[in-house]
Design a protein around this ligand. Structure first.
Ligand code: SAH
Length: 345
């Protein structure tokens, strides 16, 4: 079955043309899809015969809200969506001065195995389709009644491990006929897949690339992030420099501060020297404690920040939005998996 929301407007037009439909039907259909209709018969301006054929041959994805938590501290909303096949994913809606931002998932689970991350504990179940990534934006907008202006691909999953669907999603969400969110309003976060970063660089997109670095030395980084074992920090930084040279876009480095693991002064020194000459920016994230992990949040965030700043690095410390609602990704899905497991017993 063709999943309609993953099709670009021109592909939808080709499909309907092959069905001998007039061209304007594709525009109508695309508009309905972007509005997040959940049933074919909501598409009231399409002839009944066309709706029947669509229902017979195509899939209309429409995630349902399994749980929704609203932070009392800052209004951040966390959605746990149930997908058509029973899997759950998370999306977070954050309110910033520069607009409403959604953090979307790109996979059901994750294969990267970072030891501090809840999303990867049970591995990857499957990739999300482009339409399912887009649905998170469409249905968050529909449910909240708030217009989304920024997107971060920082939810569950490794976006560059699902490159074809993620790239298709970027084209869809950026499309003038669709939500038309500009590339400069989109960030993509990766644990550092070298080949895919080069592929992304070649496209010269104007999105912001975030690289989850978390340690400046191979010993620590390989312990925290298995992806580092194959290539190492040096090769990753070379790749990042190439990315900057090709796109002119400064990379944002994510650094989750972990007590006694990556928060010492010598690591701040090493980090500062890695970033020399590429004008990168470091985003320090106070570690979110994951129940299954022994790692604890660092108590040296301010000292680490000052140490970096004294060495000329631009640093921000991420505000912890939604800290009362498990807003860091993967944790809500895990709770639901346990609950679903108990139901199945
Ligand atoms: N796979 C991608 C995007 C998803 S994770 C990546 O690795 O970048 C989004 C960010 O949250 C990453 O920087 C990730 O390392 C970080 N993260 C994961 N678990 C965390 C935790 N428990 N505390 C703080 N940051 C965490």
């Amino acid at each position: 079955m063709t999943e309609l929301k993953s099709l670009l407007p021109e592909e939808l037009a080709a499909l309907l043309q092959a069905w001998a439909q007039p061209a304007f039907r594709a525009d109508q259909l695309f508009r309905w899809l972007q509005q997040g209709v959940t049933r074919w018969d909501e598409m009231t301006n399409l002839p009944k015969s066309l709706r029947e054929r669509l229902a017979a041959e195509c899939k209309l994805t429409a995630p349902t809200v399994e749980r929704k938590q609203v932070s009392r501290l800052d209004g951040t909303v966390k959605y746990l969506w149930r997908l058509w096949d029973g899997n759950c994913i998370e999306t977070v809606l954050m309110h910033y001065q520069h607009g409403n931002t959604v953090c979307v998932s790109s996979q059901v689970g994750c294969n990267m195995g970072c030891v501090f991350c809840a999303s990867t504990l049970a591995g990857r179940v499957r990739n999300l389709t482009a339409g399912e990534i887009l649905d998170q934006v469409i249905f968050t907008q529909k449910d909240s009644g708030e217009k989304i202006s920024n997107i971060v691909l920082m939810g569950i999953g490794e976006p560059l491990d699902n490159w074809d669907n993620v790239y298709r999603f970027l084209q869809l969400v950026n499309h003038p006929a669709g939500l038309h969110i500009g590339m400069r309003h989109i960030s993509l976060s990766t644990c550092g897949l070298i080949k895919q970063i080069d592929k992304l660089a070649a496209l010269e997109l104007q999105l912001t690339l975030s690289v989850s670095l978390h340690a400046p030395d191979d010993e620590t980084r390989s312990k925290l992030m298995p992806v580092n074992r194959a290539v190492g920090v040096e090769v990753l930084m070379d790749t990042c420099r190439r990315y900057f040279a090709a796109t002119g876009r400064r990379i944002s480095y994510e650094y989750a501060m972990i007590d006694g693991v990556n928060d010492s002064d010598w690591q701040a020194d090493r980090l500062a020297s890695l970033l020399k000459g590429q004008g990168g920016h470091v985003n320090l994230i106070p570690l979110n404690h994951v129940t299954e992990s022994p790692l604890l949040p660092s108590r040296r965030v301010r000292q680490f920040q000052q140490h970096l700043e004294q060495r000329g690095v631009t640093v921000t410390v991420r505000r912890r939005l939604g800290s009362d609602i498990d807003a860091s990704c993967g944790q809500l899905r895990r709770k639901q998996m346990e609950a679903d497991g108990r139901k199945g017993e």
